[in-house]
Design a protein around this ligand. Sequence first.
Ligand code: IFM
Length: 445
Amino acid sequence: MSKFRFKEDFVWGVATSSYQIEGAAHEDGRGESIWDTFCRVPGKVVKGESGDVACDHYHRFEEDLDLMAELGVNAYRFSIAWPRVQPDGRGAFNEKGIAFYERLVDGLLKRGIQPFATLYHWDLPQALQAEQNGWESRDTAYRFADYARKIGAVLGDRVASIATHNEPWCTAWLGNATGYFAPGNADLKKAAHVAHHLLLSHGLAVQALRADGVKAPLGIVLNQSPAHGATDAPEDLAAASLEYAKFVRWYMDPIFKGEYPDEALQWYGANGPQEVIREGDFDIIGTPLDFLGINYYTRIFASACGEKRPPDVHGFTDMDWEIYPEGLTELLTKLNAEYELPPIFITENGCASKDVLENGRVQDTERIRFYDLHLAALSEAAQKGVDVAGYFAWSLLDNFEWASGYDKRFGMVYVDYETQRRTLKDSAHWYSEVIAEHAGAEASR
Ligand code: IFM
């Protein structure tokens, strides 16, 4: 009997992204991405690591598909590397790159696993960055829609869904306001312009795919957290409200309400997106969606007087992110009350831990506890009326964790990067049992 209560056709999946696992960075005509460039900048990535080889998934995808089948997942969320299929981000497409994703999708379908594709998980073709400052340029949004159209034409009848972007907040904020991610800009105004063009590109891509008759459900994936004040003092509550407006509402409001939140616009002041917003943009951005993907990891803990650490209730992950499962229920019920939402998928949820492979086993009990707590919180949200359609654990494999390199392990499957040998961790066996129990409970309903 499953303790998690989800709907009958609930989607149980695992997620990854192209640059984090594929490797084969210089093979079969793949173009450079901004992450290839960024990884070469000294000091940007821990130990100067890169996704050049990563999990070598490009060569080992069949083995990885077998692992998914062994886990019993019914869905796999992956991303397509734009520079692998269109090396310069415009013009000619690379047939070999496209063929890789066709093999991947067909391999999933053969194993009864639904392919959930994401078009952009941060690996912008470097040529677009060099020629027109990437997402700072409005034209990049149109280039993205062309690329989306090609993927729709090739894979649109075989994938279970297409998400335009993964976590545009990270692209805009970490890539352009703090410089922590590629392309490494530290300029608030750039970040605001980039965010607007990302949203525009999302709407343009959805419109283009629909115009072409693509039947796969279309959506976007946003990273979200509820925000709490460190205390109940009005200044702390105001800080929390502002962080929520910058992090969550900045993306939700344009998509579902046709405007940016005033509170955040005021905070941006002259650094806001006003110069790049054109008439009609919000109609494009607000094109209706078939689903919303939410990536949930932790909550925002805001204080008016700089950083404050939350109390240690459920502990912290190896990223030093607070484990706060109740935030998932809170976030989803709040969103459900505030917006007209399409069905929701939790498209990422997971934790990094200091895993050790010993005698062929990885006893990642912390990760099991993390998943267990979050699935319970998700189940509670479903009981409270949120239309929860599925859950994707982040991640199938240990992989390249961006600026943290390979130091942080998020996988259910341990990867020995020397040998590329994969080992199912205890959490993988646990997840497999949860999925089987749920299927059993459904069958006996
Ligand atoms: O690894 C990332 C992923 O690429 C996007 N969401 C958060 C994960 C963990 O940091």
